[in-house]
Design a protein around this ligand. Structure first.
Ligand SMILES: Nc1ncnc2c1ncn2[C@@H]1O[C@H](COP(=O)(O)OP(=O)(O)O)[C@@H](O)[C@H]1O
Ligand SMILES: [Mg+2]
Length: 407
């Protein structure tokens, strides 16, 4: 406990408020840093687990027996073997299987490969609410992982300077993300340093998911935009259009873009809302959180009218509220949920993200429930949490499919 001793050493007999707070801050941040390093060492390389034949069969609707036959005849990707000789596939191999089957059975291709087809537009989904802790990032990660496991091509875009989404994908903001490597690089107003969005997109360890990471640098956009607006010093696109225009450059590469927004209604969040074709507002069902969301909605309504007055048309396929960190056995929470459903009707997603120690524990290890192997957390807890998250994600996919005119 070197840090504790160091902090103790600065204690004088009479400690004023300032030094006490500073001492506490030093103690706490040292302790947190140690915990963080233990849970997820800075040198950790993320990798995705392998999938057993029965999981592959569930994900792809290719029968178990077909997979085994293909593997013994040497057709298709060659699975690895566990010590007990069970076959295991990587997600990249699963996607190879999908492409094979879609090519073999063109009439049935959509069942194997759900990617969007001609005429189906890129879906840009913003997850928003200025209440921190409303599970925006957790929702983004689980949705991105779920979509990629189903075979969609996903771009995860971190707009939050706190960069928790980037960290979940193994891009630690202080270590792995350098200057001009965030979305700011593609949005900035100075022509000399601006970069094409394609250049800042990174592959991740999760096949099918690309990432634009974040760090504190993205705050520059909040500082620069008012300066540019005041001086009318940019002859490029106005602030709220810049993200949408940047995304249009890589439109062909993805089916779904997921925007994780900061807990504020600044220029970045507004740009996200303008670029979005759909929005999910996460809400924890507690009175304080709902009061804060009410403020958020009022401010957002005002800002959208300002955008409209400036000729910006928002064109969203759907806006839904998602109840997060939901404890169905908590009476006050149930009242809040009932109130929201009464007020907003079917705009509140029916499935809810249940509060679970499994989600929390996975989060500490920078993982989603989809990355945990059974047994890492109590089996029943994991299964219950997984079913709740699946239901939420399936609800979102249904909305996306409807926006594409499928079904
Ligand atoms: N369903 C859940 N059950 C338990 N903990 C959750 C759940 N969803 C989120 N959390 C935890 O709540 C905290 C805040 O979530 P996060 O997604 O970072 O919120 P935000 O991005 O809105 O600030 C995190 O520690 C996360 O692990
Ligand atoms: Mg977050």
């Amino acid at each position: 406990m070197a840090i504790a001793r160091q902090a103790e050493a600065v204690v004088t007999s009479k400690e004023d408020a300032g030094s006490k707070i500073t001492r506490h801050a030093t103690l706490l941040s040292g302790q947190l840093q140690q915990l963080r390093t233990r849970m997820y060492p800075p040198t950790a390389e993320k990798s995705l687990r392998h999938f057993l034949t029965n999981e592959v069969s569930k994900l792809t609707s290719i029968p178990d027996s077909t997979l085994k036959l293909m593997s013994s005849e040497g057709r298709g990707p060659i699975p690895g073997r566990l010590e007990n000789n069970h076959r295991v596939y990587t997600l990249a191999q699963i996607n190879e299987l999908r492409e094979m089957f879609a090519a073999q059975k063109p009439g049935d291709a959509l069942r194997f490969l759900p990617r969007r087809r001609g005429g189906e537009h890129l879906q840009v989904l913003a997850i928003a609410n200025f209440k921190g802790g409303s599970a925006k990032t957790t929702t983004c990660v689980h949705l991105a992982h779920y979509l990629a496991l189903q075979g969609y091509r996903v771009l995860a875009l971190d707009l939050d300077p706190q960069a928790s989404l980037s960290a979940m994908f193994g891009a630690q903001p202080e270590v792995d993300v350098g200057a001009n490597e965030t979305i700011y690089a593609a949005l900035r107003y100075d022509d000399a340093d601006r970069r094409p969005i394609r250049d800042i997109i990174r592959k991740t360890y999760f096949d099918g998911i690309d990432l634009i990471p974040s760090n504190l640098e993205v705050m520059e956009y909040e500082h620069e935009t008012p300066r540019v607006l005041a001086n009318k010093s940019s002859d490029g696109a106005i602030f709220f259009e810049r993200l949408k225009l940047a995304l249009a450059e890589v439109e062909q590469d993805y089916d779904i873009v997921i925007l994780d927004t900061p807990p504020s209604l600044g220029f970045l969040t507004l740009s996200a809302i303008y670029a979005a074709t759909s929005m999910i507002i996460t809400v924890h069902p507690a009175m304080l959180d709902v009061a804060s969301m009410s403020q958020f909605l009022l401010m957002m309504g005002d800002l959208i009218s300002v955008l409209n007055e400036n000729g910006a048309q928002l064109d969203q396929d759907f806006i839904r509220y998602l109840i997060t960190r939901h404890d169905p056995n908590d009476a006050p929470q149930s009242q809040v949920v009932a109130m929201l459903r009464h007020l907003f009707g079917s705009d509140v997603l029916l499935p809810t993200a249940i509060e679970s120690t499994a989600v929390e524990a996975a989060g500490l290890a920078k993982k989603s429930l989809y990355e945990l192997e059974m047994g890492q957390i109590g089996r029943d807890t994991h299964k219950r949490a997984r079913e709740a998250v699946d239901a939420v994600n399936e609800g979102v996919i249904r909305l996306i499919n409807a926006s594409w005119g499928r079904e």
